[in-house]
Structure formats: C-alpha cells, structure tokens
Ligand binder design. Structure first.
Ligand SMILES: Nc1ncnc2c1ncn2[C@@H]1O[C@H](COP(=O)(O)OP(=O)(O)OP(=O)(O)O)[C@@H](O)[C@H]1O
Ligand SMILES: [Mg+2]
Length: 445
C-alpha cells in the first residue's frame, strides 16, 4: 500500500466516523431545538382552548364558534387537531382521533410525541383545575423543516471539510514525496562508475538518513572498487617482468643445440616458473584476504598453541636444510582464540618462511605462544630490519634493498590482512636480546 493511501485512510476513516457521530448528535439536538421553538405556540393554542371550557359539575361544556376555531387552528404548514375531554375521558369537543389523555402525576402542560392518522404528531396536553383536559396535536411538517435546515447547515460544511482535507492531503503528500522521486531518478540515471555522493535538495528530514546511508554505501563501494582496480594494476605490473623472463628463458632453451646446455636452460626456466607460481599464489591470497572484500569470516574457537606448534613442525625439514635452529615455546598448554584456522596457518607460514629464508646460516628461529592477551611471536636472530623499514615492509611488493630473489614482497601484506580480519594487531620489534626481529601478532583478549 502506498504512503499516500495509508495517510488518506488514517485521516479519512476517523474523520468519517466522527462525522457520523456528529450527524446523529446534531439530529437529536436540532429536533429538540425545533420542539422548543414550536412547543410554545402549541401551548398557546391549548391555553386559548381552555378559555372556552365551562365546568358544570363533574363535566363541562365547550363553546367555540366554528370561525373562531378555524382561525385558532389555522397554520401555514401543519394540520392542528384538538380534543377536550372530561375527567372520565369522555370527549366533550374536538377530534376523536386525537390520542386520549395519558395519566399524569402533575397538573400543567405536558408535551409528547405520538401519531395521528398515520402521521407523526407533537401533542401538548393541558389539564384545568376542574380535571378537564385539552389535547392539541400538530403534525411535524414545520418542525421537520427546521431540523432539515439545521442539519443542512451543519452537515454540508463538515462534508466539504472532509473532502478538502482529503484533497489537501493528496496534494501535500505529492509535494512531500517529490524529493523521493527526484532521489530515485538521481540514483537510476547515474552511471555505474559514478560513486560520488547523491545530492537532492529540499528532502524532508525523514528522508535525510536514507540519503546519508546511500552515500555511505557509495563511499564504501568506491573504496572497494579503487582497492580492486589498484590490485589488478599492481598484479599486472608485477606479472609482466617474470613473464618476459620466462619468455627469454624459453627462447634460449629453444635455440640451444647442445643437449647439456639446453637442460641447464630448462633448469633456469623451472626456477623462474616456480618463482612465478609463488607470486601468483601470493597475489591470490592477497586478493582473498582483502578485508574490504571478505564477506563474512566464520571465526571459531581454536587452540592457538596447538595450531602454531603443528605449523612449526611442518617447517622443521626446511629449517634443517637451511641449517636453522627452529624452536617452539608454548608457555601455556592451551591458548584459546576465535579464528579461522586455514588463514591463521597461512599467517604463521608467511612469518616462518621469512624468518627461515632471511636468517643467516646457523641462525635461530623461535615461535612463542603466550596468553593474556593471546599472542604469537616469531623471532629470529638477525639480520635486524632497520627501524626506518619496520612499517614499510608490510606494504605490498616492498622488499628490503639487497634481499635475495625468490620472494614477491607480498607475504607481510597478507599477514597484516589476516591479522586485520581477526581484529588482531601485528608489531615488529627487535628480538629480546637485540640481535634479531620479533614479529608479534596480538589477538583480542
Ligand atoms: N624475518 C625477517 N628478517 C629479515 N628481513 C625480513 C624478515 N621478514 C621480512 N623481511 C624483509 O621484508 C621484506 C618483505 O617481506 P614479505 O614477506 O612481505 O615479502 P617477501 O618475503 O619478499 O615475499 P613473499 O613472502 O611474498 O614471497 C622481505 O623481502 C625482506 O626484505
Ligand atoms: Mg615473505
């Protein structure tokens, strides 16, 4: 149902009900009023008639000339009838059809409604001191006329008022809703790349939050879109160099006549392909963990110490190959956090990959898990990352000058994204003994 329809219904329904109640009330009041106006005249006729009653013992005579009677009962609109009756109810004069006197407690005039010859009449009854009663009945034509006039004067303006209220409301709602129509036109006619704020002048206060919400959504979409287009540009740029390298290696291998040389070229090619597949994997992971595009992360309770221990154990063969002493220190047996196990595994893998890869020969790498607040630290014993670089190494594609080939510069960016998805913070500090680096991820407690 439209807003307009609802408003109209809520206004017109109660108004119509009020109108009906008022109409009934007005009718009752105007009928009463008409009786008050004309009852006096009727009583005058009854009084006049009593003047012609002459009591004689228990009965009486009534003496009124025909002409005088006609003049007395003459009325422009109504028929007037009367009856004079003795104490025992015998009619002395007048019209037999006038309803007989009704028993009353008090003397004096009494008015009541009745019927005469099928027509509604108003009757006044006057009792004289000698017990003679005079009833005068009058049809209700002029009384109805007055009631109708009053009703017309009251009802017509009220009906008009209701109609005018409806029309004004109809027009008012149309005016009030015009900014909404402008808003929907503004949004509909917009190009899909235009994410600037929507502006519609003159919107009512109630609609303002809707516009604020739309603009807020636009701003967030803008952020996500620019993130994504930046990512695609970065990825394309980063892939171009290794692809060119691959091509060169393939060309060299194809041109090689000597099978031994060709084999060596293919070995180079293999290394280049491996590096490239690492880059692609890291790019995908970066895209997958981008906080602005991750829809909903299902965080479940998990044991951080167990997870860190299991991941560390998988790196033992690699550490052994690199002659690195890899250790695990779990101060407490179970450190529970809410997290996404595959993503946290990836986070630890990236930190351990760095620590082992960039460690000196014979170096030492330690994974520590502690509670209150739950945290995980991966530390090595050098070389120390310069203080000036401690923030920048978390940026995409940023690598320290002179770092050996083999990495893509995305590992720490991925670590940071995953930390953000867990509301965790990551800090880099010198190792406790000041000779290495300690990457610490602190989870909300
Ligand atoms: N434990 C560490 N010791 C010394 N230098 C480090 C350490 N961890 C990271 N770095 C420096 O920070 C740079 C960025 O690390 P990051 O993990 O982001 O990228 P990467 O290791 O070069 O590539 P990727 O991890 O994507 O394969 C590295 O290139 C390296 O120069
Ligand atoms: Mg790395």
């Amino acid at each position: 149902m439209t807003l307009r329809g609802q408003l109209l219904r809520w206004l017109l329904l109660p108004l119509t009900l009020l109108f009906l109640v008022d109409a009934v009330g007005s009718y009752v009041v105007s009928r009463h009023l008409a009786d008050r106006v004309y009852d006096g005249e009727l009583l005058e006729i009854a009084r006049e008639l009593t003047l012609h009653v002459k009591p004689e013992g228990t009965t009486a005579t009534f003496d009124l000339e025909k002409d005088a009677e006609r003049t007395l009962l003459l009325d422009q609109y109504d028929e007037v009838h009367y009856a004079v009756r003795s104490r025992d109810g015998t009619r002395i004069a007048g019209d037999a059809e006038v309803p007989p006197a009704q028993p009353r407690a008090q003397p004096g005039p009494a008015f009541y409604d009745s019927e005469l010859g099928g027509q509604p009449v108003r009757i006044v009854q006057l009792a004289t001191t000698s017990g003679i009663t005079v009833d005068v009945a009058e049809t209700r034509v002029k009384r109805h006329g007055l009631v109708n006039a009053i009703m017309l004067g009251v009802i017509v303006p009220q009906l008009l008022l209701i109609v005018i209220a409806g029309v004004v409301l109809w027009a008012g709602v149309a005016r009030g809703l015009a900014p909404l129509t402008h808003l929907s036109q503004a949004v509909a006619s917009r190009s899909h790349v235009d994410l600037s704020a929507v502006r519609v002048p003159g919107v009512p206060g109630e609609v303002e939050p809707l516009i604020v919400a739309i603009n807020d959504l636009m701003a967030r979409l803008e952020e996500v879109l620019s993130h994504q287009s930046r990512f695609i540009a970065d990825a394309a740029h980063q892939l171009r160099t290794p692809v060119a390298g691959l091509k060169a290696h393939v060309e060299v291998a194809l041109r090689e006549e000597d099978p031994a040389q060709a084999k060596q070229s293919i070995a180079h090619l293999y290394t280049a392909v491996e590096r490239m597949s690492r880059l692609v994997a890291q790019l995908l992971s970066l895209a997958r963990n981008e906080p602005t595009t991750v829809r909903k992360l299902e965080l479940a309770p998990l044991d951080l110490s167990k997870l860190a221990f299991d991941v560390t154990m998988e790196w033992v063969p690699e550490a052994y190959r690199k002659n690195v002493d890899l250790g695990f220190e779990g101060v407490e047996p179970h450190v529970m956090i809410r997290g996404d196990a595959p993503r946290l595994t990836e986070l630890i893998n990236n930190l351990l990959d760095n620590a082992i890869r960039y460690s000196r020969d014979g170096g030492r790498v330690t994974v520590r898990v502690a509670a209150q607040p739950p945290r995980l630290a991966v530390s090595d014993d050098g070389p120390v990352i310069p203080v000036a670089e401690r923030e920048r190494i978390f940026e995409r594609f940023h690598r320290l000058l002179g770092t050996q080939a083999g990495g893509s510069g995305l590992g720490l960016a991925i670590v940071q994204e995953i930390a953000k998805l867990h509301d965790a913070t990551i800090t880099l500090a010198e190792d406790a003994d000041g000779v290495g680096n300690a990457f610490t991820v602190t989870f909300p407690g």
